[in-house]
Design a protein around this ligand. Structure first.
Ligand code: HEC
Length: 194
């Protein structure tokens, strides 16, 4: 066997270890509890960070903190959880946050719900490649503070120009307080105990 073939064979053997982390053994209830905790953590971290930034200065400064920080904070929460935890929306600002079919379909069913009568979180167990995956969607609603960057006329000129520069295809504008805004979406892989 040539060196190249050997190398390819070695890579083929190594591949499963690279692509799939071993799927942890846990019950559906345990997976659900982990999803709820992780979603709560991401919401808490982002809300605290955003409120602090808005109180500290102008929304135009806060939008920079939130823009760069949101992706970084999501990654930190994901790393400590050990599974994906992110935000998505039908009207998304960052194309990296675009929903997949499962997320989009569910959000369409609750898009008209309001903060005063919010939709309950939704979850579903799906078959994954190496086991199962609990997919958890936790709805988010627009508070007054969000209008600084997701409203219409409330958005200041400074924020406006930041958004135009960094998110030219922004769809996350024109919201009112109480509107459905999107979800925190969590995917917990698991294998049921024997
Ligand atoms: C200071 C400005 C600012 C405020 C205030 C703000 N956001 Fe955002 N929001 C952003 C930016 C910038 C992004 C894009 C982040 C990224 O690049 O991932 C974003 C993204 C999001 C996303 C991810 C989906 C998407 O559109 O890309 C959700 C969901 C979201 N915001 C909800 C909220 C909610 C709910 C509030 C109020 C509790 C809020 N935001 C307040 C600036 C803000």
């Amino acid at each position: 066997m040539s060196f190249r073939l050997l190398l390819l064979a070695a890579l083929a053997v190594a591949a499963p270890a690279c692509t799939g982390e071993p799927v942890p053994t846990r019950t559906e209830e345990q997976a659900l509890a982990l999803a709820e905790t992780a979603a709560g953590r991401l919401k808490g971290v982002l809300f605290t960070e955003m409120s602090r930034a808005i109180q500290a200065g102008e929304p135009a400064d806060a939008v920079e903190v939130c823009g760069g920080a949101a992706q970084k904070l999501s990654r930190e929460v994901e790393q400590s959880a050990g599974f994906p935890v992110r935000r998505t929306a039908l009207k998304f600002r960052n194309p990296k946050n675009a929903p997949d079919d499962f997320e989009r379909r569910w959000m369409e069913t609750v898009a008209q719900s309001r903060a005063g009568d919010p939709a309950d979180p939704f979850w579903e167990v799906q078959e994954g490649k190496n086991g199962q995956e609990l997919r958890y969607l936790d709805p988010l609603y627009v508070h007054t503070i969000c209008l600084n960057c997701h409203g219409g006329a409330e958005v200041s000129d400074g924020v406006e120009s930041y958004l135009q520069e960094h998110y030219p295809e922004d769809r996350a504008r024109g919201f009112s307080a109480g509107d459905f805004r999107g979800v925190v979406t969590v995917r917990v892989p698991f294998q049921a105990p024997e």
